[in-house]
Design a protein around this ligand. Structure first.
Ligand code: MLC
Ligand code: AMP
Length: 505
């Protein structure tokens, strides 16, 4: 019997009294405790009738117990489906329906809103609150401390992570045990993680970055985690002297740089600052080095591929680049029309192949075929070039995507909501530079030519009801008509140019 992911990440820690997670109230959870809680949860899943391959969707605050739910899923061969805590009921309803989840775990506060949807789809509901209490914890407490891991092979699914699409419909990226295992092994070695490391963990745990990269690498290396509920500058500053590594999105670094207390002295015990999920401006990279003496290590990844490239640990960490393909991973730049590989220095589609690349989109074979070639190369939708020294630069995106503070926002999803509102003829959503979030959505509306007073506030309320807060356009602007090319296609580049400074002044 074996379960490669469980055996590698968790199995060795049974009974261990080594500290694993310290929360900001100073409470320590040892590795042994962590796997014991996970085992009780796995027994609870079993008691609820969950079997290998079933899906558990969770929309819960970041806590030791919510991380244990992840471990329990791996142990019981159940597919883990974490959801952004900001998603609205309507958004969660789609994921529940699409994934066919058997169990949904959420905060008590969300129960009333979620009940009708869960009843409709026959989904079991359990609660888990930010303080670790809830009905899933109550059930777990009645269970044994040990659970014999369900037999799996590396090709079995470990997680579904939903990622929005250019059509506005979210896709469930299917990640196998091997996808996660191979990437965490590679990153642990490449970034020299070890059991003396202390990671400042301020990212959400419902995405690749905060979950698979941060947590799996810590488990693989025996590194300790300081677990923070969210990114809070003063908590980071307070805890930095005790830590050695920080993983963050660029917004973390720009916010830290605006603090006078953030300097070389405060960071003297740190060995590594890692950035990803969105482009880090070269000027941030340089300013950071001037301020602290540390060079941020920028890497590149995606939900579908985990991490694909990284700047070197020992060699030159080059600003404005995402480094080289990780060991075992292949990248190539191809012509968007022909699919043929381009020469050094030429800009084209970035494609990735390796054990890190996902298995496909859940129940979407056609979508999978469009993006995942038969030879295993995944078309990322990012545009890049490889320079003469082999460094990859992400130049832009083929896909119509906005990245706000590290969260992906697909314009189409917002446009569908805007177009649906009375009085709106059509809309265009574009990404414009934002000093804090890097980029942010701006909504442009064309409205009906009537004498009836048109209220933006009515539309804003509708957006609140339908879409998670981070997807909301920071501003809605009315135009007489949208610029179009001769083919009738909306020229978003013209709009981006026109409004590029709207949030910068
Ligand atoms: C929060 N808000 C955001 C936002 N985060 N709005 C736009 N974009 C975001 N990213 C909303 C809040 O709800 C709030 O609304 C208002 O904006 C201001 O909130 P804040 O307090 O300033 O935000 P904060 O909670 O501090 O969050 C900002 C952040 C956070 C950048 C720290 O968004 C974050 O942790 N981002 C990390 C995302 C991430 O992990 N991405 C990895 C994806 S994996 P209101 O109404 O109160 O004003 C991936 C693969 C890879 O991409 O390569 O890693
Ligand atoms: P997600 O689908 O949330 O996993 O987001 C993946 C996308 O984030 C990629 O396709 C890139 O567009 C972007 N991304 C991740 N890391 C970087 C980086 N270091 N620089 C630029 N873009 C990045």
């Amino acid at each position: 019997m074996s379960n490669p992911l469980y055996d590698t990440l968790f199995g060795g820690y049974i009974g261990s009294d080594t500290p694993f997670i310290e929360t900001i109230d100073g409470k320590i959870t040892t590795h042994g405790n962590f796997v014991a809680i996970a085992s009780r949860l796995a027994n609870a899943f079993h008691a609820l009738g969950l079997k290998k391959g079933d899906r558990v969707a969770i929309q819960a605050e970041k806590s030791v117990t919510s991380l244990c739910v992840y471990a329990a899923c791996i142990q019981s061969g159940v597919i883990f489906l974490p959801l952004n805590t900001g998603y609205t009921t309507a958004e969660v309803g789609y994921f529940i329906d699409d994934s066919g989840a058997k169990l949904f775990i959420c905060d008590e506060k969300k129960v009333d809103d979620m009940k009708p949807i869960l009843e409709k789809f026959g989904v079991t509901l359990k609660t888990l609150n930010a303080d670790g209490t809830g009905s899933i914890t109550d059930l777990a407490k009645q269970q044994k401390n040990s659970f014999s891991p369900v037999d799996t092979n590396g090709d079995d699914l470990a997680a579904f992570l939903y990622t929005s699409g250019t059509t506005g419909k979210s896709k469930g990226a299917m990640l196998t045990q091997n996808n996660l295992l191979s990437n965490s092994k590679t990153l642990t070695k490449y970034w020299k993680f070890n059991d003396q490391d202390v990671l400042l963990h301020a990212l959400p745990i419902f995405h690749t970055h905060g979950l698979f990269v941060a947590v799996n690498v810590s488990l693989m290396s025996g590194c300790k985690i300081i677990l923070m509920p969210r990114f809070d500058v003063s908590q980071i500053l307070d805890n930095m002297p005790k830590a050695t590594v920080l993983m963050g999105v660029p917004t973390f670094y720009t916010r830290l740089l605006s603090e006078t207390a953030f300097d070389a002295e405060l960071t003297k015990n740190m060995r590594l600052f890692i950035s990803g999920s969105a482009p880090l401006l070269a000027e941030t990279h340089i300013e950071f080095e001037n301020c602290t003496g540390h060079r941020i290590l920028e890497r590149y990844g995606m939900t579908e591929t985990n991490m694909s490239t990284s700047n070197p640990y020992d060699g030159e960490r080059r600003a404005g680049t995402v480094g080289f393909a990780l060991p075992g991973v292949e990248i190539k730049i191809t012509d968007p029309e022909s699919g043929l590989e381009l020469a050094t220095g030429e800009i084209g589609n970035l494609e990735v192949r390796g054990p890190n690349v996902f298995k496909g989109y859940w129940n979407m074979p056609e979508k999978t075929k469009e993006e995942l070639r038969e030879d295993g190369f995944f078309i990322t939708g990012d545009l890049g070039l490889v320079d003469e020294d082999g460094y990859l630069q992400i130049i832009g995106r083929e896909k119509d995507l906005i990245i706000s503070g590290g969260f992906n926002v697909y314009p189409k999803e917002i446009e569908l909501v805007l177009d649906d509102q009375p009085g709106v003829v059509e809309s265009a959503v574009i990404g414009v530079p934002h000093p804090d979030f890097g980029e942010t959505p701006l909504g442009i509306l064309v409205i009906e030519d009537t004498n009836v007073e048109f209220k933006i506030s009515v539309i804003e309320n509708k957006i609140f009801e339908k879409l998670a807060r981070y997807k909301h356009p920071r501003k809605l602007i009315i135009m007489n008509q949208l610029p179009r090319n001769t083919m009738g296609k909306v020229q978003k580049n013209v709009l981006r140019e026109k409004y590029k400074e709207i949030f910068l002044s």
